[in-house]
Design a protein around this ligand. Sequence first.
Ligand code: PA5
Length: 390
Amino acid sequence: MIKFDFTSMSNFNADLLNRKEEVYNKFDEAYMTGWTKRIDDSLIDDFIATANEVKKHSSVLVVIGIGGSFLGSYCVEKALAPYFVDNSFKVIYAGTGLSSAYMSELLDYLKGVDFSINVISKSGTTMEPTIAYTLIKELMEKKYSGEDLTKRIIMTTDPVKGTLRQEVNEVGYKSFVIPDDIGGRYSIMTAAHLFPLAFNIDLKAFVEGYYEGAKYQEDAFKYAVARKSLFDQGKVVENYVVYEERLSYFSEWLKQLFGESEGKEGVGILPTSTVHTRDLHSLGQFVQEGNKILFETFIKIENSSKVKFRNYDLNEINNIVLDSVRVAHKKGDVSSLMITLPEVSEKYLGQVMYFFMLAAAYSGFLFDIDPFNQPGVEVYKKEVRENIVI
Ligand code: PA5
């Protein structure tokens, strides 16, 4: 069971709790909430079967996507991957930027291995994945041909619209769908993330955990209220704090989820993140004594690997430090919220992701904005399209 502690903060505005019915109604009326509906079991079987097919002829899968078509699977993959002895199937990511160094080294690397690609773009028009796909496909066309080429390209895109769907229809690539009523950053329970995850994690446990997350609906609303209360007191930055290095990309996912859902029409809380204890020796100074614009949300992991250190278990020390840091920061007028996971596993990652997605949507409604659009991202995409023709 995940535990929530929203008490170590000043001035929780209980009046905001009265907006619950209004917020729940807005959520129920919203179209882009397809991620609360159960995914078809046959799709999960298809992701696993297709991953097994790919493993037969490829030693690497290149996942091409950005933003909501990237961060979900990436953060789960990273959170569950071993630190050192990693025997998992190699899944690498491309199309998350425009670094020519990254692309050139990737192409060199791919020349020497048998690989497949999964191109993920709901719109099918996003520049970074389009460029990565084009360059990698050029290489594939030199290495493979006919059926051998076709079977190595798997598309995940809109069911009807866009250039990727058109290509699927013309060439007959294996394809998956991102449903119309699910936006990028809320798409963890779609092929966009579940297919790449099918290569290395216990997918069924993750899916089950995700839907169990619905039981935290009230906690998600309370968390949204706690954040809004703090915002109304001038705490405009939320720092997500993890005490496990491999959860650092989970914070990146949170930053996208809340930043893109909430930051519009001149409002919203700016999400930032730190990894402790490392960052206590850098940003820790600012948090303790700097400008009082922030509050923190700690993610605590109750149980981890057992390492004995004198009279303690190392994870126990990590958590004692976490509790002490919360107290120290509170003394520096920095409030904090805390979410405790029993362990880092498919089940609890699924649960907590559902919790945070509900909270992001509720927060958006508390801010009186639409948590499901991202008009600001479109502005940059349009500007780029005016300057580059690709
Ligand atoms: O959350 C979102 O909607 C965005 O971050 C998109 O996922 C991102 O811009 C990529 O879009 P697309 O999947 O259309 O390539």
